[in-house]
Design a protein around this ligand. Sequence first.
Ligand SMILES: [Cu+2]
Length: 185
Amino acid sequence: MHARHALTRHALIGGLAASLALAAAALAQPAAAPPSATASLKTPDGVIIGSVVLTEGPSGVLLRVDLKGLTPGWHGMHFHEKGDCSDPKFMSSGGHIQMPGMKMPHGLLNPEGPDYGDLPNIFVQADGTAKAEAFSTTVSLKGAQGRSALLDADGSALVIHAAADDQTSQPIGGAGARVACAVIR
Ligand SMILES: [Cu+2]
């Protein structure tokens, strides 16, 4: 009898706690969406072939790439230092993002690297489409925690190269020409 009473009381308290939790959840504001930015990827001809969504996380930036119309296979992909994709070779996007006064050697697999713009390769399917996510702990949207800011005064660019990045050799891992570019600003 005593045990049964205790059990009932326990269940009541548990139920009350659950009700309070529900009430608190109902009162809470919906969680604010993390800061994000979206940019269009274009070819040297100026054709838009896809997009990249950049979302700020607590320790870096998550990027989601969705594109079609590139050559099948692996392609190097980096953050470049300027938000300018105005010339056909995309040279106006500059080199890889760096921190002022801290130019790092290139390559995610380089013991001396990586540089601040380094990212994994992206794989384009036989039909020319690619969907990929990557996470960079060396950049931020606006300079959080001292990470390099994509949305600084001159912006930045996401550049996709013609060939795979070997993630070791200088200056860009043998990734070759710049075949797609997205202005981030
Ligand atoms: Cu690059």
